[in-house]
Unconditional design. Structure first.
Length: 249
């Protein structure tokens, strides 16, 4: 038995999220369906670096699974891609030690959130970029507020009230607001880990700062409160991308 690590990308629009759910199409379900077929009906479980919600995309999700197939490692990528639906693709596959764990071994992640700044929503981007017609954010205010998130904080105010994790202290090492040539604004955030809905809540509050509903200084007060009710709205799911996952050597 050997363990394989794969980096995958997927379009979250057609999925109810990553994790298997009753009577729903999910990324994990599609991956395990193909792997089980390849293993002649033997159920193969896939472990990911973390789950993503319905509508959330990934350009660098990491998974692992165990296999006893005597199959050349350089053929796995194509073998999976020819059987997976078009909204999931395997970018790379490598053999790793059996103690590698896609979820518990992570040392950091990068997420990207995308807003469209155009006056008219593009019909080709409506499932991938969040448009707020009629609003023009003050990006400098957003950048000022973003600095408050850097460092180590208790992010209770910036995670879902349904979060079951007890330890809510996380470290953010990067938070940039980038304007693109496609008339988009991207939030790129990197940290050692993220709580349920944490990135989307941070994005939602930065947007509120940008359009004047909140002041940059409000962020520090929200963090100190450690109360989800003190922070603003959660940004829509379809603007979020899991970009990359890091592991200790």
């Amino acid at each position: 038995m050997k363990r394989l690590k794969a980096t995958i990308t997927y379009d979250g629009y057609g999925f109810a999220g990553y994790q298997v759910q009753p009577n729903a199409r999910t990324v994990q379900l599609e991956l395990e369906r193909v792997l089980t077929k390849m293993h002649k009906g033997l159920t193969v479980r896939v472990v990911a670096s973390g789950r993503t919600d319905a509508g959330v995309h990934a350009t660098g999700q990491v998974i692992h699974f165990d296999t006893d197939l005597q199959f050349p490692i350089d053929r796995w990528q194509r073998a999976l891609n020819v059987q997976l639906p078009g909204d999931i693709r395997v970018l790379s596959v490598e053999e790793v030690s059996t103690d590698f764990h896609a979820r518990y071994g992570t040392s950091g992640k990068v997420y990207r959130y995308k807003w469209g700044l155009g006056d008219v929503e593009s019909p080709f981007k409506r499932h991938y970029v969040v448009y707020m017609p009629g609003t023009k954010p003050d990006i400098q205010r957003m950048r000022e507020a973003a600095q408050t998130f850097l460092g180590t904080h208790d992010f209770t105010s910036f995670c879902s009230a349904r979060t079951e994790v007890v330890d809510r202290v996380r470290t953010i090492t990067r938070l940039d607001l980038l304007e693109t040539e496609q008339d988009e604004l991207h939030m790129v955030i990197e940290g050692d880990g993220f709580l349920y809905n944490m990135v989307r809540i941070i994005a939602g509050n930065l947007w509120e700062v940008g359009i004047g509903r909140r002041e940059p200084g409000d962020i520090a007060q929200m963090l100190a409160a450690m109360d989800r009710k003190k922070a603003g709205k959660t940004a829509p799911a379809h603007g979020l991308y899991l970009e990359s996952v890091f592991y200790n050597e």
